[in-house]
Ligand binder design. Structure first.
Ligand code: MG
Ligand code: ZN
Length: 182
């Protein structure tokens, strides 16, 4: 973490298992449903001035499980869901490729972070990545960002993580960010 960061506070959110319930290659916008405490976490951060961006792997497209249009529709639904709770997402970036395509935008590669940073105007080193997989943590570290891993039982201790923080849900993660001024 960079203690010299300016006023810029950007949170990069994973989608499945972080913002919404992970239904495994979800193809239907109607299946999007906030994870417990996710709406509260979003409101907590947004009301305190954090900029919110979603970066998600949607390899269901590359695997031929659903069309690109499905992701576009799910993105629209996610924007609508957040608007309903008074929160604005600045952007939703996704990688549509299958792992074997070897693209540079599938997390943990930093491609989408660089693109979001260039398009939205922020320094990845001043961002915090929140996700439910170690690949999200790796993505954050590859981008120079701070990281929070969402894990149901963070005190379990069995799971090794390179994350800066571990939290049980998005609201808990949000409270960590504000209390540590990340
Ligand atoms: Mg996830
Ligand atoms: Zn990709």
């Amino acid at each position: 973490m960079n203690p010299d960061r300016g006023g810029e506070r950007v949170v990069i959110l994973d989608r499945d298992g972080t913002l919404v319930i992970d239904r495994g290659y979800l193809a239907d916008p109607a299946g999007l449903e906030f994870e417990p405490m996710a709406a509260d976490g979003l409101r907590w951060l947004y009301s305190r001035g954090y900029r919110l961006v979603v970066i998600t792997n949607q390899s269901g497209v590359g695997r031929g499980l659903f069309p690109l249009r499905g992701v576009i529709e799910m993105n629209a639904r996610l924007h609508a869901m957040t608007a309903e709770i008074g929160v604005t997402l600045e952007g939703i970036y996704f990688c549509p490729h299958a792992p074997e395509e070897g693209c540079d935008c599938r997390k943990p590669a930093p491609g989408l972070m660089l693109r979001a940073a260039a398009e939205l105007g922020f320094d990845p080193r001043c961002a915090v990545v929140i996700g439910d997989k170690e690949s999200d943590v790796e993505f954050g570290r590859n981008s120079g960002a701070a990281t929070v891993l969402l894990a149901a039982n963070p005190s379990g201790g069995e799971r090794a993580t390179a994350a800066d923080f571990v939290a049980p849900d998005l609201l808990a993660a949000a409270r960590i960010l504000t209390s540590t001024r990340v």
